[in-house]
Design a binder for this molecule. Structure first.
Ligand code: IPM
Ligand code: MG
Length: 360
């Protein structure tokens, strides 16, 4: 049999990003060995804040172009206490997502076995969402500026950009994703009462695209009311689509409601596969626990399962998620973010053992 080899770019970045990406590469290795049908050719990049301190740039100028040669990108985190967050974000993460046009950011949330939601009475069947975040424009479009620094008339603007192309493609992606899930249910989030241009265009285009998906039930929510619905009636939601900033905020809430930000994954997709997509945990660099060996690697394993799905290795993706869920079910293997005492290594070894042990 001809073995497929996937070229993966690994960018650990900063803080615990490096630790969880390392753990994940071990897990990917075990998965490939267990499957036998594919292999990974991994190249690691030392891009991140350390590089910025020594060279003045988080990655080489042609960094995004270098990544085009890969099938996927595994990303850890970027951010350090002594460097302004907007520099790290625009210097690395957005400097990859935007040129590679990874416009669909997908954030699944579930309560995994063994993990408790802070919402009382809410179990694993009651919260199973996918948030689709528009990842190329909106509030993160990068338009704006500052004038008259230091003067009383100093002014700063951040202009949100909403284009028909941008909204149509994310809406179509979200409707398609909703259609692929059993409940075929989509909630479109905006703030179209206060933001009367871009957000009204969202509502209008949602209604247009909905015509292409007659079997999908959809509704609309204002983002503020959405936080209440997520908390009070989580079972009423399934697939959710929102702007870059709104979905950023909602996905932190979603992660907290599902038990820990340490398990929440994300995929920055170019659905047309013209460029490689990027897979990362959403927890960030977490300098408070960096170097202690206790970072929860589950978010990174889950995002690796999303990567395998994107590469059409569905069997391996399922095997990985099954292994992760076997491990989360055992509270002795919970890291401190979940109230346990396990280390990154213990969780990683247990996931690898579960991958090797499954007879499917
Ligand atoms: C996320 C993060 C980032 C974002 C931060 C690190 C800038 O919160 O991926 O949700 O806002 O996009
Ligand atoms: Mg966020």
């Amino acid at each position: 049999m001809n073995k497929k080899t996937y070229r993966v770019a690994a960018i650990g970045g900063d803080g615990i990003g490096v630790e969880v990406v390392d753990a994940c590469l071990d897990v990917l290795e075990a998965l490939a060995a267990r499957d036998g049908g594919f292999a990974f050719d991994v190249e690691s990049f030392d891009w991140g804040t350390e590089r910025y301190r020594t060279t003045g740039a988080f990655m080489p100028e042609d960094g995004a172009d270098q990544l085009r040669a890969f099938d996927a990108i595994l990303f850890g985190a970027v951010g350090a206490p002594d460097v302004p967050d907007h520099l790290t974000l625009w210097g690395l993460r957005l400097a990859i997502c935007q040129p590679l046009d990874q416009y669909a950011n997908v954030r699944p949330t579930r309560i995994l076995p063994g993990i408790r939601s802070p919402l009382s009475g809410v179990g694993s069947g009651d919260l199973d969402w996918v948030i689709v975040r528009e990842n190329s424009e909106g509030e993160y479009a990068g338009q704006g500026g500052r004038s008259h620094p230091g003067l009383p008339i100093e002014v700063a603007t951040d202009v949100s950009i909403f284009t028909r192309t941008g909204i149509e493609r994310i809406m179509r992606f979200a409707f398609k994703l909703a259609q692929s899930r059993p409940r075929k249910l989509l909630t479109v989030v905006t703030k179209s009462n206060a933001q009367r241009h871009g957000m009204v265009l969202w509502d209008q285009i949602a209604a247009e695209i909905a015509q292409e998906f007659p079997d999908v039930t959809w509704d609309k929510m204002l983002v503020d009311a959405m936080t209440v619905r997520m908390t009070m009636n989580p079972a009423s939601l399934d697939t959710i689509v929102a702007t870059n900033l709104h979905a950023d905020i909602l996905s932190d809430l979603a992660a907290a409601l599902s038990g820990s930000i340490g398990i929440a994954p994300t995929a920055n997709l170019n659905p047309e596969r013209q460029t490689p997509s990027m897979f990362e945990p959403i927890h960030g660099s977490a300098f408070d626990i960096t170097g202690k060996g206790v970072a929860n690697p589950v978010a990174t394993f889950w995002t690796a399962a999303m990567m395998l799905d994107h590469l059409d290795e569905h069997k391996a993706a399922d095997r990985l998620m099954q292994a992760v869920e076997t491990v989360t079910a055992d509270t002795a293997l919970h890291t401190p973010d979940l109230g346990g005492k396990a280390t990154t290594r213990m969780v990683t070894e247990a996931v690898i053992a579960a991958i090797r042990g499954r007879n499917d």
